[in-house]
Design a protein around this ligand. Structure first.
Ligand code: NAP
Length: 434
């Protein structure tokens, strides 16, 4: 593919995938979108951190060839497109990339640039690690108990965008169809004359690939459990099926490496609760991964009151959206919450800040770059560059523990030193040598 607006760096190579394994050259070309608003400051600080970590880890043997691609306001101003085809093509061709926050265009065309990119590359996992850094101001008593990784399904659910606005011809046609073919269901609508409608597709394929990715990741990273979060008691054939299909894939594909609560239930019915408990205890002592499930409403309470019982979480799109932000609040909020949108089958991945562009702080060199820095950390770990990733974590831990932080943490901490966005990046680099 040739590019006219994107400049492909000379001397770099593409990341590729072979038989499911990522092939990462020593000088990979990585596309990045700096992002709108505060994205510019954040990207500048983050890139310095990334390059420093790689240099310290590999002493020049490895180096990223950064390749700027365009989306959002910068793309619209320069190329009259919010998301130029070349940008999607670059993420497709070079496999792994990173982006800052983007302004959501108001009115017409694209609903959200992030969603458009996820759809184009079928990035079916939104992976959000939630962990605590010592010293970060937190609203809970024991934020250090929080060490979870949310696998949120990224392509289905209410987010598929099948909606009918009340009063439109489409809405009327849809309601007529419902009334004619599904009269019993139509009668369930409380105020049919003034109702907007949405459809919630949840498939076996979509569920299976998400849960498979979560279990695979949990096993690879020696985690203790995967919890399926759903509202299956109410939405039986979408959320309830998610739970059932989740247990099915766990048992069918991961066999004796996992122990499921579905198995516990079967044993309890056949041999009683004590036997089921013994079976579970033995399985966990043998190092098996526990696959369990919990209803979506109670999970918000339990992840606060019994945070240590949660590890990897696999859930659908809407639950995952709410839950990952709520969990992030326990450990310092969206200023430092990273994320990755990943297709674990094709290898495509776009890592990104989870907050928005915070336009009131744009170009003030002020906000916390932690979210993009930690998204980069995730990206390097995904690429197998663990030494660089470890140095980034070490630098973040050191900078925060030394109470040298940006305004958002500073206002909540005692005796802290307030740093600019760029200064915080430098502090992270310095603490890599601690
Ligand atoms: P926002 O940009 O996330 O900002 C909301 C608030 O979050 C800020 O006022 C600030 O709080 C805090 N915040 C955000 N980034 C921070 C950082 N790096 N460091 C410290 N604090 C940070 O949400 P918004 O104002 O609702 O949205 C603005 C634009 O971003 C919209 O166009 C929206 O569509 C877009 N957006 C993009 C993405 C994305 O690209 N992933 C995600 C969400 C929203 P305080 O003022 O209290 O300090």
């Amino acid at each position: 593919m040739s590019y006219t607006i994107v400049k492909v760096p000379q001397g770099g190579e593409k990341i590729s995938i072979q038989n499911g394994d990522l092939q990462v050259p020593q000088h990979p070309i990585i596309p990045f979108v700096e992002g709108d608003g505060t994205g510019r400051d954040i990207w500048r600080a983050s890139k310095r951190v990334f390059d420093a970590a790689i240099q310290k880890a590999y002493q020049g043997a490895r180096q990223v060839q950064w390749m700027e691609v365009y989306a959002g306001e910068k793309a619209y101003t320069s190329f009259h497109s919010w998301l130029p085809d070349e940008t999607v093509q670059a993420f497709r061709e070079f496999l792994v990339g990173i982006k800052g926050p983007l302004t959501t265009p108001i009115g017409g065309g694209i609903r959200s640039l992030n969603v458009a990119l996820r759809k184009a590359l079928d990035l079916y996992v939104c992976q959000r690690p939630v962990r605590y850094f010592n010293g970060v101001p937190s609203p809970v008593k024991n934020p250090e108990y929080v060490d979870m990784v949310v696998f949120r399904e990224n392509t289905e659910d209410i987010y598929a965008g099948i909606e009918f606005e009340d009063g439109t011809p489409e809405s009327k046609r849809f309601k007529d169809l419902l009334q004619e073919h599904f009269p019993a269901e139509y009668k369930k609508i409380r105020f049919p004359a003034t109702t907007g409608l949405g459809i919630k597709p949840v498939s076996k394929e979509g569920t299976t690939r998400l849960v498979r990715a979560a279990i695979h990741w949990a096993l690879e990273n020696k985690r203790r459990s995967v919890t399926l979060v759903h509202k299956g008691n109410i939405m039986k054939y979408t959320e309830g099926s998610f739970r059932n299909w989740g247990y099915e894939v766990a048992e069918a594909e991961f066999g004796d490496r996992v122990y499921t609560w579905a198995q516990w239930e079967k044993t309890r019915e056949q041999a009683g609760e004590e036997t089921a408990n013994q079976e579970q205890d033995t399985a966990l002592k043998d190092g098996k991964l526990l696959i369990k499930d919990v209803i979506a409403d109670i999970v918000f309470q339990q992840t606060i009151t019994r945070a240590r019982e949660f590890d990897v979480i696999a859930t659908m799109n809407l639950n995952g959206d709410y839950l990952s932000d709520a969990l992030a609040a326990q450990v310092g909020g969206i200023g430092i919450a990273p994320g990755g949108n990943i297709n674990y089958t094709s290898g495509h991945a776009v890592f990104e800040a989870t907050h928005g562009t915070a336009p009131k702080y744009a170009d003030k060199d002020m906000v916390n770059p932690g979210s993009v820095i930690l998204s980069g950390e995730m990206m390097f770990r995904y690429m197998g560059w663990n030494k660089a990733a470890d140095l980034i974590i070490k630098g973040m831990e050191g900078a925060i523990a030394a109470k040298t932080v940006t305004y958002d943490f500073h206002r909540l901490m005692e005796d802290a030193t307030k740093l600019k966005c760029s200064e915080f990046g430098e502090a992270v680099i310095q603490h890599m040598d601690d």
